[in-house]
Design a protein around this ligand. Structure first.
Ligand SMILES: [Zn+2]
Length: 254
């Protein structure tokens, strides 16, 4: 018995669509209710990334089909600082941070939460339009090492698309870093923690920035997750003093 040609065509189309679905790459910037796909096998070669002047380096897997990230943060004699802001975007505090950065001709990097971007997508556009760069800080800010592999993948893959990924609470390990690398993310931590989220007062945050500053340093602050008035006041004063010391403020190559 032979199938009518129409049924043959339908069967062939079904086979083809199944095969395509199995080979489709993950979409790292799309929220999805499904569990994220498995870590991509093969086609990865490790390379080393140098951050700052303190000899810190990390390795990641670089997919063979992409060019190396221009990730040399050595500042070639310039006194550059990398200001980073986590947990936004926030409708009240992010615009204030942006205005302080503009006042000081500073570029920065915002490690945003997927859930906050979904709530305030226009703020991400404003950040990008002002020349700042964006990093992935997961969807919902969990402690990643406490999660199953599938949940780690889901948290990372539903955050924003970027070259940079920062684990919430600095809670990471080789598995988290490898899963992030499978989505082409470079894990970025920090050199200077201002502890601004503890609201220790403007002066304490300003002092932390000024004491920690050194050429190539990555400085952690927050524009989301709570009232950031202290951070904003400290940022304005610290940038005035650091600029007078000859520092410039750059975005990470995310
Ligand atoms: Zn955070």
């Amino acid at each position: 018995m032979t199938l009518p040609s129409g049924k043959l065509l339908l069967a062939a189309a079904l086979l083809l669509s199944t095969a395509l679905a199995q080979t489709a790459p993950p979409a790292p910037d799309r929220p999805s209710a499904q569990s994220a796909p498995a870590v991509r096998p093969a086609a990865h070669v490790p390379f080393t990334v140098h951050l700052g002047k303190r000899g810190k380096s990390t390795t990641r897997d670089r997919p063979a089909d992409t060019k190396p990230v221009p990730w040399d943060l050595s500042t070639h004699g310039a006194k550059a600082l990398y200001l980073t802001f986590d947990d936004g975007p926030h409708p009240i505090y992010t615009p204030k941070v942006l205005s302080i950065l503009a006042k000081h001709h500073a570029k920065a990097t915002f490690f945003v939460l997927g859930r906050e971007v979904a709530a305030h997508p226009e703020l991400l556009d404003v950040e990008r339009a002002a020349g700042h760069h964006i990093g992935n800080h997961t969807w919902d800010h969990p402690m990643l090492t406490h999660l199953t592999d599938a949940r780690i993948r889901q948290e990372i893959s539903t955050g924003v698309k970027s070259r940079c990924f920062r684990p919430p609470y600095r809670d990471t390990n080789k598995k988290v870093e490898a899963i992030a690398a499978s989505y082409h993310f470079q894990q970025i931590l920090w050199d200077v923690d201002t502890n601004d989220w503890k609201k220790p007062g403007e002066a304490a945050i300003e002092r932390a920035i000024l004491r920690g500053a050194h050429p190539g340093a990555i400085i952690l602050m927050h524009d989301g997750g709570g009232n950031r008035s202290e951070t904003i006041a400290a940022l304005d004063r610290a940038l005035t003093k650091l600029a007078a010391q000859g520092y410039s403020f750059r975005s990470l190559p995310c």
